[in-house]
Design a protein around this ligand. Structure first.
Ligand code: FAD
Length: 338
């Protein structure tokens, strides 16, 4: 039997908010262990938009999502966090000593007096269009998430969707791909009005082809995707030759196993108080996109703030109610934890 992994704070989710929790906890000499279903840290930043610039991280006028993850990993390195990656936390149990025991889908057992759930959107599934043979072309020309835009350099790309993701990627790929065609079921877009304007300008300049009130209905190709058939208002069988078809219809957030842990939930998110982001179960906190409270904004910045407040209460829970003494890092510097 593999030994139980023990730590001070068990963090479920190694997205930006989980990673920053390690830093805030480290300042209070608390050790952390992170569990994530994905094979590498970074959450949505790594999985959904690694090459997109973020503009609202304080102190960074612009930073690529993947660079922010690298910086967070560097920042927490002195506190020697441990990771269990590629495993999903599935079971939660309260032990007689009042610690929590969490078991992953691969049988790893972890024990901690405090749990910080930073599970973001949970395990997220892309919404797929209802096209008969779509599974046959997955990873053979069909992508639901753009990880590395370079993959599409000099390729013919068809994007479908009318939200921010479809618009943003069409605008980004216009300078990379050989051709970009956007297919949208309606005439109105759900995405940001300024992105719609930019898209329409590219359409006017002939750099993006736009088909509205249209839908991809068939996929074809021998070994990989070679063309799609689009239903348009004027023609039933409009064929577009392409290397990639990227349906960007959003992600279905699924809390997954965490939903069965007895936590108070509201619209698929964990209800917390705004003093320390504690849940209805003492010792379990929830920060970042996974939580909800009046006025909640799903922003990295807000998750960082939540992590800073949360660890204060985590410290008290671990140290018999004793409050941590508040000190600036300019005074204390960084004291390594091994
Ligand atoms: P996430 O990043 O979602 O990470 C959660 C992690 O938890 C995931 O890795 C998941 O695998 C893991 N997990 C979940 N359940 C389990 C489980 N049971 N066991 C193990 N692991 C689990 N925010 C901004 O502030 N500025 C922006 O400009 C910005 N742009 C964005 C652009 C796009 C396209 C998207 C999709 C989001 C954007 N966001 C932006 C939002 C931002 O990415 C999120 O607010 C942020 O990722 C939330 O971080 P998190 O750590 O709470 O969760």
């Amino acid at each position: 039997m593999t030994p139980v992994i023990k730590t001070d704070i068990l963090i479920i989710g190694a997205g930006p908010c989980g990673l920053f929790t390690v830093f805030e906890a480290g300042l209070l000499n608390l050790k952390c262990h992170l569990v994530d279903s994905l094979g590498s840290p970074g959450g949505q930043l790594t999985e959904i938009y690694p090459k997109k610039p973020i503009y609202d991280i304080p102190g960074y006028p612009e930073i690529l999502a993947s660079d922010l993850v690298q910086n967070l990993l560097k920042q927490i390195e002195p506190f020697s966090p441990k990771f269990t990656l590629g495993e999903t936390a599935v079971l939660l149990k309260r032990l007689e000593n009042q610690n929590f025991e969490v078991t992953t889908n691969k049988g790893t057992v972890l024990e901690a007096p405090v749990i910080a759930i930073a599970g973001g959107l949970g395990s997220f599934e892309p919404r797929k269009p209802l096209i008969n043979n779509i599974e046959n072309y997955e990873d053979k020309g069909i992508d639901y998430i753009i990880r590395d835009p370079e993959k599409y350099r000099s390729k013919n790309v068809v994007i479908s969707g009318g939200g921010d993701s479809a618009l943003d990627w069409a605008l980004f790929l216009v300078n990379i791909a050989s051709s970009v065609t956007v297919i949208h079921r309606r005439t109105e877009f759900r995405g940001a009005p300024e992105s719609v304007l930019k898209l329409l300008n590219f359409v006017k300049e002939g750099k993006i082809q736009l088909l509205t009130e249209s839908e991809v209905t068939h996929l074809a190709g021998e070994q990989k995707l070679e063309w799609v058939i689009v239903n348009t208002p004027t023609s039933d069988q409009h064929r577009i030759d392409c290397d990639y078809f990227i349906p960007l219809f959003g992600l279905t957030p699924k809390l997954g196993p965490i939903a069965d842990w007895g936590l108070e939930l509201e619209k698929n998110a964990i209800v917390v108080n705004t003093t320390d982001f504690g849940t209805n179960i003492e010792g379990i906190f929830a920060i970042g996109d996974v939580n909800t409270y009046p006025g909640k904004l799903k922003l990295i910045l807000c998750g960082f703030h939540e992590a800073a407040l949360m660890v204060q209460s985590a410290y008290k829970a671990i140290n018999g109610g004793r409050k941590p003494s508040f000190k600036y890092t300019t005074v204390t510097g960084i004291n390594r934890l091994d």
